[in-house]
Design a protein around this ligand. Structure first.
Ligand code: C2E
Ligand code: CA
Ligand code: CA
Ligand code: CA
Length: 281
């Protein structure tokens, strides 16, 4: 056993070492990226399924790494949360999102009711001056609170629930809209959904995938849409990729959708070109 232990040690030690070094390297890179603002904010339209009009956009961050190219948020948001870098990163995204939305709202009459969705992580939400900083950004960008929607996942309730509730109610009081993201993937909070100030429910993409062939998913989807509607919430279906999925969602009376069928997330310039060509007269 001792021999095995020793050889295991010899085999794995260098790897573990390089793994730790690599993680530290990535953390350093991310810190620098946040400082240098090597981050890009992408936009994906949210569509009213009944008339195909744009109702708003979700902002999705990308990291433009100097040697590794574009890095997707799933590969660095967890690290950003662990290291606290999510706070300056989140501030950067919020600031950019509000500025861009104000530009679009003043440039296009069709845009005056558009809502910009911004993802907010639990750690960011619970940071002591989150609400104050958010108010400062709204004021500075002259953005109306009702044109901003913050998306949080159920994982925010892994933090202190009373504190999270207090912050959510404070945001609601300010007129900022709230969406519950990735609905159906966590330990779903059906029992207290009606007590939470969410205006919008976003149904996770996993329920929309292979909707064509999976009757169980259709049943679950029908139940979620009906529940949300009874509670007076809007429903956004994520990850719509085919006209057939869109037709099925419309048949279930799901009002809003988002997905590659309409557009992939694009940088602000490409998104502006997309909506000028696609949707504005
Ligand atoms: P999410 O909030 O659930 O965002 C939706 C994800 O689905 C995005 O991935 C989007 O590109 C992708 N998507 C949209 N439509 C389709 C489709 O039709 N098909 C497929 N296959 N995928 C689609 P993305 O951009 O890689 O973001 C991943 C996650 O990273 C987001 O999931 C969100 O949880 C997190 N994230 C992104 N930006 C931010 C941010 O600024 N702050 C925080 N805290 N989290 C962020
Ligand atoms: Ca989201
Ligand atoms: Ca989502
Ligand atoms: Ca997600």
């Amino acid at each position: 056993a001792k021999k095995l232990g020793l050889s295991t040690y010899q085999v794995f030690e260098p790897k573990m070492h390089s793994h730790t070094v690599e993680l530290l390297q990535i953390e350093n890179d991310l810190r620098r990226a946040v400082e240098n603002k090597d981050l890009r904010v992408y936009y994906q339209p949210i569509i009213n399924l009944s008339n195909r009009e744009i109702t708003g956009f979700e902002t999705l961050v990308r990291w433009q790494h100097q040697t590794r190219g574009f890095i997707n948020p799933d590969d660095f948001i967890p690290l950003a949360e662990e290291t606290g870098l999510i706070i300056p990163l989140g501030r950067f995204v919020l600031q950019n999102a509000c500025e861009k939305m104000q530009q679009w709202r003043s440039a296009y009459t069709e845009a005056k009711d558009w809502v910009i969705h911004v993802n907010v992580s639990g750690k960011q939400l619970c940071q002591s001056n989150f609400v104050a900083e958010l108010q400062a950004i709204l004021k500075q960008t002259e953005m109306l609170p009702q044109n901003l929607k913050l998306e949080v996942t159920e994982s925010v309730f892994l933090n202190q629930v009373p504190r999270v509730m207090e912050i959510l109610h404070e945001l609601q009081f300010l007129g900022i809209q709230l969406a519950l993201d990735d609905f159906g993937t966590g330990y779903s909070s059906l029992s207290y959904l009606h007590k939470l100030p969410f205006k919008t429910l976003k149904i996770d993409r996993s329920f929309i995938q292979d909707l064509e062939i999976n009757n169980d998913k259709l049943g679950i989807l029908r139940a979620i849409v009906s529940l949300a509607t009874h509670l007076g919430m809007d429903v956004v279906a994520e990850g719509i990729e085919t006209p057939h999925q869109m037709a099925q969602l419309k048949a279930l009376k799901c009002e809003y959708g988002q997905g590659y069928l309409f557009s992939k997330p694009l940088d602000s310039e490409l998104m502006e070109a997309w909506f000028q060509a696609e949707c504005l007269s």
